[in-house]
Ligand binder design. Structure first.
Ligand code: UD1
Length: 433
């Protein structure tokens, strides 16, 4: 297993291009199942997660072809997905367990072929993450569902029917899943209390480009009028606001001046508001932000609470906690989306951070210095928070189990290294992940 070693203390100065959003790319890839025409996705991130899903799509009969060149200054990466014929409707445990978003092939398979057998998902260990809302939405659309030995066996012999669905609480995955299924359903589907994350808007707009009828995009009520078939499209994946936010926090932590390009400032407003409150200079630009911080001045501790979009993203909570470990004062961090999403707190503690977790809340008392140590990545976003802390920890920090990081961050060590970070990957023997 690979690990990443960081020598703390270097300032960050330079430019970091933001990649396409993992969480959007995965759902757009699933949308390729809905049509027998080619779907060309540009600005595609090259990640372990997109590779996993590509493998699953190939198993189902989708042709997947990667094109373009990759470079750290922002290459032109695209992937062509062509589901001319679906040859299998079976998504095995081995492929779904590695990445939760694979579960979202269920709806499109049902919409295209009327049947599917998909394993229940695994994914990051951040609290209980059921898929009950996904299944309830599909059931409301006339799907017969049976659970058998960890598999969802679903049938819609007469096709999917439009339905009015009100989610009991906001779920990104369930909203996207219902949307993916509804575009080919017979009649109109209304999704109430829909999630409004930008990646859902991206998916909905791509589906419209493919010929779907979706109204209320970016609001909490989506109205989808089913169509008989969808065509192909070329679609550019929205910038990754979580990657962008992570580098913004990294720059604020290390000090210096970093320009984030190929992004969108509005997507990380809730984060940058808090960074400004803490004493970081953030200037929006046409395609991103400039983050500037004088390392001689300590940041001020501020409180955050994670919320659904446009609130503070749960996927940026760990990174912000890392930033607060050396701020002046006490910061209270409240996690409202996932229970048990504080596994990074004890790891940050190994670097000398003073954090107490109790019932969905972490209290971070800022310390003057962190000290390098060996730490372990526990999930995707937690692992980048350890890298961020390592940027200022005295001496060397080694982050183990970086396969978590590779799931969602494209060429992280190159992007940070280009700005002056002393960071390197240590190749391990086990290449399983
Ligand atoms: C997506 C993102 C993830 C992000 C999260 C919240 C992807 C691939 N992942 O995850 O990075 O952290 O949104 O912004 O896009 N829930 C249920 N039943 C369900 C579905 C969800 O109880 O059927 C619960 C979850 O356990 C959680 C909450 O609802 O407590 C929100 O989860 P959800 O918004 O669905 O997150 P994901 O789509 O899994």
């Amino acid at each position: 297993m690979d690990s990443i070693a960081i020598q703390g203390g270097a300032r960050l100065n330079g430019t970091i291009p933001v990649s396409g959003a993992k969480n959007s790319a995965l759902k757009l890839m699933a949308a390729s199942i809905l049509t027998d025409q080619p779907l060309r996705l540009t600005n595609m991130p090259r990640l372990a997660d997109t590779k996993f899903l590509g493998r699953l799509l190939r198993e189902l009969g989708v042709e997947v072809a990667e094109n373009g060149h990759t470079e750290v200054g922002g290459g032109e990466q695209e992937t062509l997905f062509h589901a001319a014929r679906i040859t299998s409707t079976f998504a095995p445990y081995d492929l779904v367990r590695q990445m939760r978003a694979s579960f979202n092939v269920l709806g499109p398979l049902l919409a295209r072929t009327g049947e599917a057998r998909v394993s229940l998902p695994g994914g990051c260990t951040i609290g209980a993450r059921p898929v009950d809302l996904h299944l309830q939405a599909l059931t409301a659309m006339g799907v017969e569902i049976e659970l058998d030995e960890g598999y969802v066996i679903a049938r819609a012999p007469k096709g999917l029917k439009g339905a009015e669905i009100e989610f009991p609480f906001v779920s990104v995955g369930a909203t996207e899943h219902a949307l993916l299924a509804a575009v080919l359903a017979d009649g109109t589907t209304v999704l109430k209390k829909a999630a409004r994350e930008p990646e859902i808007g991206d998916l909905a707009r791509c589906l419209v480009a493919m010929g779907a009828k979706v109204e209320g995009i970016d609001t909490d009520e989506l109205v989808i009028t089913g169509v008989g078939s969808l065509g192909g499209a070329t679609w550019s994946v929205i910038p990754d606001r979580i990657e962008m936010g992570s580098y913004a926090v990294a720059a604020a932590m290390a000090g210096g001046e970093v320009r984030l390009t190929r992004g969108r400032a509005d997507l990380i407003q809730a984060l940058t508001d808090k960074m400004v409150e803490a004493g970081v200079e953030v200037t929006p630009t046409d395609d991103g932000v400039i983050v500037k911080r004088d390392p001689a001045r300590r940041l001020k501790a501020v409180n955050v609470a994670t919320e659904v979009y446009p609130g503070f993203a749960t996927d940026l909570q760990a990174q912000f906690m890392a930033l607060m470990t050396t701020a002046d004062g006490e910061s209270v961090i409240h996690e409202n989306i996932f229970e048990n999403r504080f596994m990074h707190a004890p790891e940050l503690g190994r670097l000398g951070a003073d954090i107490h977790v109790h019932a969905g809340e972490a209290v971070v008392k800022g310390v003057e210095v962190l000290h390098g140590a060996q730490v372990m990545a526990t999930d995707l976003r937690a692992s980048v928070s350890l890298v961020i802390a390592g940027l200022v920890a005295e001496g060397e920090t080694t982050v183990g189990r970086v396969y978590h990081l590779d799931r969602g961050f494209e060429r992280l060590e190159e992007k940070l290294g280009a700005c002056g970070a002393q960071i390197r990957r240590i190749k391990g023997e086990d290449h399983d992940h």
